[in-house]
Design a protein around this ligand. Structure first.
Ligand SMILES: C[SH](C)CC(=O)O
Length: 268
């Protein structure tokens, strides 16, 4: 059907994720900036609910528009495309960055060393995510990847002294990408003797927890665009260790059978 029908069939609704996610504020900006999205609404839900809605629509070959990102297992599982974003609301390539609480370097130098050296590729992250999506427990999928990639893990732990049960608290948001990365970092810290606690939070509370020292580290900072507001708000109270993954991306994603190719092809 024509792109006009897409909006009608979707009741002019974009399927989103958790309200605090940066991609949600980017999409609210898109709703304002694109005439083709006049009158459209963004449905708040969760990453898991968005993925379930995507799968259901694809099973019935129905149209759907979701707030999507790369790396994500959905691109391995389904034939999807990003809608072009001529106004650049979603920015260009994003990095996922590591942040630690101030003082961690003195308190836990070994954990700091690992977190500072942690760096992997979208394919590495994708392998863990797909394993989890295929039913593996996140900690198991992480342990398997760590075992199979000791060369990379050795680079991350180089120079980090073993510890004896020291505790580290990693904050994260239940985005599929960060469930994978946080569990891998936890396994690597455990391999040098740390007792690791994982604390699941929404995006804002995750940044706040690091800034206030309630959590030690997170590997979930999407920048330069997606989490720019959180960086403005909390950046001076955290230590920014830089990218742990490059070549990430966010935007509006549709099954390839949806006729629209650009956000501007949609109709109000
Ligand atoms: C993994 S999502 C693109 C991150 C966010 O939108 O805050």
């Amino acid at each position: 059907e024509g792109t006009a029908a897409v909006g009608e069939e979707l009741d002019y609704t974009i399927t989103g994720i958790e309200p605090g996610a940066g991609i949600m504020s980017a999409t609210n900006k898109a709703l304002e900036e694109y005439d083709s999205l006049k009158g459209w609404t963004l449905q708040e839900s969760s990453s898991a609910a968005m993925a379930a809605a995507l799968g259901k629509a694809i099973d019935k070959e129905e149209p759907i528009i979701v707030t999507g990102w790369t790396p994500h297992w959905m691109f391995a599982k389904y034939d999807l495309k990003y809608l072009e974003d001529p106004k650049g609301v979603y920015g260009e390539a994003e990095n996922i960055e590591t942040f630690v609480r101030q003082g961690l370097k003195d308190d836990e130098p070994s954990a700091y060393t690992v977190l500072d050296q942690f760096h992997w590729t979208p394919d590495d992250m994708g392998a863990v995510m797909v394993n989890i999506q295929d039913g593996a427990d996140p900690a198991e999928a992480a342990a398997k990847w760590v075992e199979e990639n000791s060369d990379k893990v050795d680079e991350w732990t180089k120079g980090a002294e073993e510890v004896d049960g020291n505790e580290v608290n990693l904050a994260y948001v239940a985005w599929d990408s960060e469930i994978a990365s946080t569990n891998v970092v936890a396994k690597v810290l455990e391999s040098i003797g740390y007792k690791v606690k994982l604390t699941q939070l929404d995006a804002g509370p995750m940044f706040a927890a690091i800034a206030e020292g309630d959590a030690d580290a997170m590997v979930a900072g999407w920048l330069p665009l997606t989490h720019a507001d959180y960086l403005d708000q909390y950046g001076d109270k955290m230590e920014r260790l830089g990218p742990n993954l490059e070549g990430a991306k966010t935007g509006l994603v549709v099954p390839s059978y949806v006729e629209a190719d650009s956000i501007e092809d949609l109709q109000p």
